[in-house]
Design a protein around this ligand. Structure first.
Ligand code: P70
Length: 458
């Protein structure tokens, strides 16, 4: 039987006009932005696939919640609604709101890492790693080798390699591990999920070595969807059940609510460890705000609470991930090299295979982002050598195996016709790929350089 089309489980109530500025203006804009898509003005962008972070369309129920914001300095009712939603959906009884994900990472790193300790992670994320290092910790990569191979079809490329964990414990001693930082739908690997079976094994390992697991649960719902679709025994389970089961393996989590939770700003730290919670509550007042708002307005917390329920709806998450898949399949069938399997939040172009004539010193992914913008006004994000930064001890560039351009799909924002426009632009560029030339970096900030670095044609 032919499969029927599944449409978005919503209709559009309000629209925001977008426009494509002329080719000459795009050429000028990207040059003025130092060939860095982070430095473009959003008004000069046609279809914005820079990120899925804070770019979601909220529902009418969330917007209605904004009007119910209780803007009291202390004890806002929206905080209690948020706490309840987090407890019901993730299963953690204690919540500390933060202005966004990195606020929660900051508190976690400062409280849980002693200088010289290690933090094994299933691949680095830029802000997480920066906070680990600022706290004197050291990141160790313990993801499967397959995650570093854009062509490997492994269905759970986000899995932790237990042999790598054993090696860390053997060589450095388990007591040097501050905690395991386990990411869901691993961003830098291309939005690749971790399996429930692997989570179970990692959690047994962690218990055996008396090491805590703290999740980066920023894209845990997308991960839960992949478990439901791909892992034996989960087809009949709801997203909420799967998410709860995933989180049961951790002591707590940090979350950027700007992704899964369908809001434009916000984040939180949640835990079942009362002592950690007490300490985090003590620290949030120094860096973010009182423990019942953490840098957010009451209305923001209400929107997160409501988004936290909505994100688990089956029809929503299916249509969201399928839209990403739709874009990926269009590119794949035209022979454009992308990371497979197609990820949860975006399609990742493999710049090494797209532009084989450019060495990593010529920043191929950065150059490809700039070329894509020039071609169509589509904005994407570099996830390669620029994002990987420099080694803190040798001062040399980190050369990641993955040199990628991320086409990140905002939630509930674009239609599949927008995806067609994006695909056609990538395909056109691929057909004339020899014409894309490399870049040289002319301005390099010390921290998280990719945000503000500037380039010129090499
Ligand atoms: C993105 C955004 C944010 C993020 C994340 C994971 C897995 C934590 C955070 C931090 C924004 C971004 C951040 C750094 C570089 C580029 C883009 N990811 N963990 O676009 O959360 O932004 O709320 O502080 O993906 O992927 P927040």
């Amino acid at each position: 039987m032919a499969t029927r089309t599944i449409a978005e489980p919503y209709k559009i109530k309000m629209v925001e006009p977008i426009r494509q500025i002329p080719a000459e203006a795009r050429k000028r804009a990207i040059a003025e932005a130092g060939y860095n898509t982070f430095l473009l003005r959003s008004e000069d962008v046609y279809i914005d696939l820079l990120t899925d972070s804070g770019t979601s369309a909220m529902s009418d129920w969330q917007w209605a919640g904004l009007m119910l914001g209780d803007e009291a300095y202390a004890g806002s009712r929206n905080f209690y609604n948020l706490q309840k939603a987090v407890e019901e959906v993730y299963g953690f009884p204690y919540t500390v709101p933060t202005h966004q994900g990195r606020g929660a990472e900051h508190i976690t790193s400062q409280l849980r890492i002693r200088p010289g300790q290690l933090v094994p992670m299933n691949m680095y994320f830029t802000t997480t790693r920066e906070h680990v290092e600022l706290a004197g910790g050291q990141y160790v990569d313990v993801i499967l080798d397959e995650a570093h191979d854009p062509t490997s079809q492994h269905p759970f490329k986000g899995n932790v390699d237990l042999a790598k964990l054993d090696q860390v414990a053997r060589e450095r001693g388990a007591e040097t591990i501050a905690y395991l930082s386990v990411a869901t739908c691993v961003n830098m690997a291309g939005g690749q999920p971790i399996s429930m079976q692997n989570l179970q094994e990692v959690s047994e390992w962690a218990r055996g070595h008396q090491v805590a697991i703290i999740f980066d649960a920023t894209r845990a719902v997308e991960n839960a969807y992949f478990i439901q679709q791909r892992e034996a025994g989960f087809a009949g389970k709801s997203i909420r059940e799967i998410l709860r089961q995933m989180m049961s393996h951790g002591e707590g989590c940090t979350v950027s609510a700007k992704k899964d939770n369908l809001v434009n700003i916000g984040g939180f730290l949640a835990t079942r460890n009362e002592d950690f919670f007490e300490k985090a509550r003590g620290m949030v007042v120094v860096f973010e705000g009182l423990h019942t708002y953490g840098g957010l307005a009451g209305r923001d917390m209400e929107a997160i609470a409501r988004g936290t329920y909505e994100m688990c709806e089956q029809e929503y998450i299916a249509s969201r991930v399928r839209q990403v898949e739709y874009l990926g399949n269009r590119l794949r069938s035209a022979g454009v090299p992308i990371v497979v399997p197609i990820g949860g939040h975006g399609v990742f172009l493999d710049a090494k295979r797209f532009l084989p004539h450019l060495s990593q010193d010529l920043f191929p992914a950065q150059a490809l982002c700039a070329a894509l913008y020039e071609d169509s006004g589509v904005r994407s994000m570099e996830r390669g050598v620029v994002s990987a930064g420099r080694d803190k001890t040798t001062g040399k560039h980190n050369y990641p195996k993955l040199e990628l351009v991320r086409l990140t799909v905002p939630r509930r924002v674009y239609t599949n016709l927008h995806m067609d426009v994006v695909a056609e632009s990538c395909i056109a560029l691929y057909q004339q790929r020899e014409q894309v030339s490399g870049l040289k970096m002319v301005h390099e900030p010390e921290h998280l350089r990719f945000f503000q670095a500037r380039f010129e044609p090499a």
